[in-house]
Write a new protein. Structure first.
Length: 127
C-alpha cells in the first residue's frame, strides 16, 4: 500500500493501491503454483483490458476469494460486469448490507460503520 493509504471521497475512504500491492497479496494468499494463473485471471478485470478500477478492483476480488482460485473466477466475472459490486462487498461489507436504509441512520452511526469497514479492509491488506 502506498505511504498515503487512502483518499477520501465523499464520506468514504478509497484505498490508494498499485499493482505491486496486487502481486504481494497474490503471493501471500495463493499457493506458488497458482501465481501465474491468478495474475492472468486478474488481468481480465484490470486496466489492461479496458476495465475500470485496476488494482483496487483486483484487490477487492482477491479479498473476497480468500486464497481460493475457484472463488476468484466468478468474482472476476462479476467485476467485469460491474466493478462496483466487488468494491462494495470487499471494502464496505457492513455499509453495503444495510443498503438504502443507511440514509435513515444518524451520521454518527454511518461514520462508525464506515470506519469499522475501513479498519477491517486495511487490516486485511496490511497482513
Amino acid at each position: 500500500m502506498n505511504s498515503k493509504s487512502f483518499t477520501r471521497r465523499n464520506s468514504t475512504r478509497v484505498p490508494d493501491v498499485i499493482s505491486s500491492d496486487v502481486e504481494r497479496v497474490v503471493r501471500r494468499d495463493f499457493a506458488n503454483e497458482h501465481f501465474a494463473d491468478v495474475m492472468t485471471l486478474l488481468d481480465e478485470c484490470g486496466a489492461k483490458n479496458g476495465q475500470r478500477g485496476g488494482p483496487r478492483v483486483q484487490l477487492a476480488a482477491l479479498k473476497l476469494a480468500q486464497g481460493n482460485v475457484e472463488k476468484l473466477r466468478p468474482l472476476v466475472e462479476s467485476a467485469k460486469r460491474d466493478y462496483r459490486d466487488v468494491l462494495a462487498w470487499a471494502e464496505y461489507p457492513n455499509y453495503h448490507k444495510i443498503g438504502f436504509r443507511v440514509r435513515e441512520l444518524p451520521n454518527t452511526e454511518r461514520r462508525r460503520i464506515i470506519d469499522s469497514d475501513w479498519k477491517q479492509y486495511e487490516g486485511w491488506l496490511r497482513q
